[in-house]
Ligand binder design. Structure first.
Ligand SMILES: [Zn+2]
Ligand SMILES: [Zn+2]
Length: 344
């Protein structure tokens, strides 16, 4: 670790200043910001739970509460911050979270140090954003930091592609759709009301959907697999079943069609969101991540003079080079961590 104000640790925890990390645990740091609930950002959550003060949006708190049951609401080291409100930390610095258009509750982070310097972390983000953090130094997510990661289609086209495919395959029987948290809710939003068949999910997933509905995001009606309606629907020829983390997709043979909605853009098919594996198996790239060009627009919009590209999951070097070549008034370098590649 070098002596600059921002960096990323080996574990993937993002460091802002000398007392705060995002999405990870590091010994000696009092504060942890949880930007959102995706697995790759939940590192050492249990260690942090006992030893750090947690800061997160109301929505992230509600999702964690729904997944992790009764453990969280009574902990005094969990702090819910409404996004857009400045929160003063014990060490005199000021923390602000802003929406990042990635999933429910996800946020960008700004930390203003007592000397006035503003440090920021993009978190995972979609583009465009209504509000972009304004910072001097920025750690930016590099998921799509490679110049090859340019989407050749719009999000609306990807959604239309999914809906077409689901409607077509329902003629042959049931359709089973797997997606990550956040994306599975988007899938529900796309298909509900448009397919004319029941939509089934586990009670676990239905609880997750309820958190979205509680925050005013109308997704539509889902039947529990275990309810009378669900049981009778699953005996019909055509229905849609949704799966997400914890639902055991792949453990049972699937009679109908299976579709995986990958939040990560398939780089080998940047011009088409659809990949056909067989007539019963497909993937559709629904991405809530900004692509390469959008990431550069984001970096520019933050006003940062120094950017550290998060090199935890590849592309940090490519993105730093691209920023240095294409944007003026800003110096970029990859974060100093360089662990073995990880699957997400
Ligand atoms: Zn994410
Ligand atoms: Zn991520």
């Amino acid at each position: 670790m070098n002596d600059s104000a921002i960096d990323v640790f080996e574990s993937g925890a993002v460091r802002l200043g000398t007392n705060l990390v995002c999405d990870g645990f590091v010994e000696g740091y009092d504060f942890r910001v949880q930007t959102h609930v995706h697995d790759d950002h939940m590192g050492n959550f249990n260690t942090s739970k006992g030893r750090q003060n947690f800061f997160m949006s109301l929505e992230t708190f509600a999702l964690l509460d729904a997944f992790l049951n009764a453990e969280i609401p009574y902990r005094s080291n969990f702090h819910k911050i409404p996004r857009g409100t400045e929160y003063k930390l014990r060490d005199g610095s000021k923390l602000t979270l802003l929406p990042s258009n990635h999933m429910l509750g996800s946020c960008q982070v700004t930390l203003e140090l007592p000397d006035g310097r503003r440090l920021g972390y993009s978190g995972d983000f979609g583009w465009p954003l209504e509000e972009v953090i304004q910072v001097d130094e920025l750690v930016v997510d590099s998921t799509y930091g490679s110049p090859n990661s340019v989407r050749g289609y719009t999000q609306a086209q990807a959604e239309e592609c999914l809906l077409d495919l689901v409607c077509k395959r329902l003629r042959y029987g049931s359709v089973h759709i797997y997606a990550h948290r956040g994306t599975v809710e988007r899938v529900l939003h796309i298909v509900e009301g448009n397919v004319g068949v029941p939509i089934l999910a586990s009670d676990r997933l239905i609880r997750e959907v309820e958190v979205y509905q509680n925050y005013g995001i109308v997704l539509g009606k889902v039947e529990s697999l275990d309810s009378d309606e669900g049981i009778s629907a699953s005996r019909q020829r055509a229905y849609v079943r949704l799966y997400s983390k914890g639902d055991g997709f792949g453990n049972e043979p699937i009679a109908g069609t299976s579709i995986k909605c990958s939040a990560y853009m398939a780089t080998y098919s940047a011009s088409n969101p659809l990949i056909t594996f067989s007539d019963k198996s497909y993937s559709v790239a629904l991405s809530n991540h900004a692509d390469f060009r959008e990431t550069l627009e984001y970096v520019e919009a933050t006003g940062a003079e120094i950017a550290v590209t998060d090199n935890t999951r590849n592309h940090g070097i490519e993105l730093a080079n691209a920023i240095n070549e294409r944007l003026s008034g800003i110096r970029a370098r990859p974060s100093t961590n360089n662990p073995a590649p990880r699957w997400r």
